[in-house]
Design a protein around this ligand. Structure first.
Ligand SMILES: [Fe+2]
Ligand SMILES: [Fe+2]
Length: 464
């Protein structure tokens, strides 16, 4: 009897990846994961600097769909090629499988294919000058994968010319982490970008959101899918990655799927780890970027502008002169530049929740009960034009935070934040996914190396 390897569409796409995830040091350690439609009890990977893939690791395993390998002692800034043991990758001929439906052509084994590749991060040094290091990444949030909901948006990101090394989604990756179809949809929609045999395929650096992990069971699925270098999975899906001259501190603000825990505030254990990690890397020769799902500053209608998050995080991030904090949860885009009067330059707080599915909208903000603290007048928010936003005068915040820190906001456009690091300079562009418009564009220096408050280079006032 022949096996049926086909799938009908995103819902039952169980042939994930292979996808690339970084170890703590992305210049030396890469983690490769894939899933097959069928279980296997043996796995292997061949890899090397040429298509010959001279190294091989193999292992017997309990019966599993999903397999992962951690490759260590790699060379920095180097392209590696690899092949994997997934049965779908070794189909000799289409007639060998039962009723081949949708089948990615490169799965047919021919001339040493399919072969994949990854590139390690540039090397870095804590003490010497890292000014020659440059790389690009995209960051977004709340894509809530289901069916083909963000396929067009992702395509737009890839069309933008640049050298995207990885994609970060700060939570709510799935519409519901308890539905296998939602996970399949994520890997189906990203398949053309994360697995391919091009050298510029995109690695993943994700953290859990409430839709993915507000239950122990869905949290477990997140950990199962993404083999990140977690500090302690019993306590949360938090970890750090050094990529070139940047340290990404990835928090789990859902606290290991504890729905009853205060979402948005990390647990004591995680807070202790955060402080320790900041003490280790901050105020040295690195960019310090923090990612978490829940919003610290936002005019959104979820937890927007409650002071609690600021009370917990602001002093700590000021003490360690964090360069930027990225988060989602509210489905819109906003930029705040907090502590901007400080000598070291202040911290960007960037809400990137407009990842492609389910925008917050003005109608909802105006009609909700209790009323929103802020009511947007237009589809974009510009302080000079719109002044202090109107809304509930008794709301938690309607104060100097907006006046002093708010730079820009979009409420009616999906998009991706494109980030380019070039030594001590960072360039950010919010690219709308509908027609590729740039909505926000700015450049700033690393904290402590000349970061100074200024108006953004460009803000787009209208949404077409
Ligand atoms: Fe969300
Ligand atoms: Fe959320």
């Amino acid at each position: 009897m022949k096996l049926n390897y086909q799938w009908k569409g995103p819902d039952d796409f169980r042939c994930w990846g292979p996808y690339i995830i970084f170890g703590n040091d992305a210049s030396r350690e890469i983690r490769i994961t894939w899933q097959s439609k069928f279980m296997t009890m043996h796995k292997w990977i061949k890899y090397g600097e040429t298509e010959e893939c001279e190294f091989k690791i193999e292992e017997d395993t309990p019966p599993r769909y999903l397999h992962s390998f951690i490759l260590t002692d790699l060379k920095p800034d180097t392209v590696y090629y690899f092949r994997i043991s997934r049965p779908e990758n070794h189909i000799k001929n289409k007639v060998d499988i039962y009723n081949a439906g949708i089948l990615i052509p490169e799965f047919i084994e021919k001339d040493g294919k399919p072969i994949y590749s990854f590139r390690t991060a540039p090397s870095y040094s804590e003490t010497s000058n890292n000014r020659s290091i440059s790389f690009d990444f995209c960051i977004t949030s709340d894509i809530h994968c289901q069916d083909m909901n963000v396929a067009d948006s992702i395509k737009r990101m890839e069309e933008y010319s640049g050298d995207i090394r990885f994609l970060t989604v700060t939570g709510d990756i799935t519409a519901h982490g308890g539905q296998e179809s939602a996970w399949n949809s994520f890997f189906y929609q990203l398949h053309p970008y994360i697995h391919s045999n091009k050298t510029n395929n995109i690695a993943l650096m994700n953290i859990p959101g409430n839709h993915d992990s507000d239950h122990r069971e869905t949290y477990a699925h997140f950990i199962h899918a993404f083999n990140n270098p977690y500090e302690d999975i019993r306590k949360g899906g938090y970890y750090y990655v050094i990529y070139g001259n940047a340290v990404f501190i990835m928090l789990d603000s859902c606290n290991a799927g504890q729905a009853r825990g205060p979402q948005g505030l990390v647990s004591d254990d995680q807070m202790e780890w955060l402080e320790k990690t900041l003490a280790r890397f901050a105020k040295k020769n690195y960019w310090i970027f923090i990612c978490l799902h829940h919003e610290i500053y936002s005019t959104g209608y979820k937890n927007g502008m409650i002071k609690l998050y600021e009370m917990i995080y602001l002093d700590l991030f000021n003490e360690y002169q964090v360069d930027a904090v990225f988060y989602g949860h509210d489905h819109q885009f906003e930029v705040y530049w907090q502590s901007r009067e400080e000598d070291w330059g202040g911290t960007h707080y960037i809400l990137v929740g407009n990842g492609g599915n389910g925008l917050s909208n003005m109608k909802e903000m105006k009609t909700r009960d209790p009323p929103a603290n802020y009511i947007w007048k237009e589809k974009t928010y510009i302080f000079e034009r719109d002044g202090i936003l109107e809304g509930n005068p008794n709301g938690a915040r309607n104060d100097e935070v907006i006046r002093n820190a708010f730079q820009y906001g979009i409420i009616e456009e999906t998009g991706w934040l494109y980030v380019s690091i070039d030594g001590d300079e960072c360039e950010m562009k919010m690219i709308g996914s509908r027609n590729g418009n740039v909505f926000y564009h700015d450049k700033f220096k690393r904290t402590g190396t000349g970061k100074r408050c200024h108006k953004p280079i460009l803000i787009k006032k209208d949404v077409d």
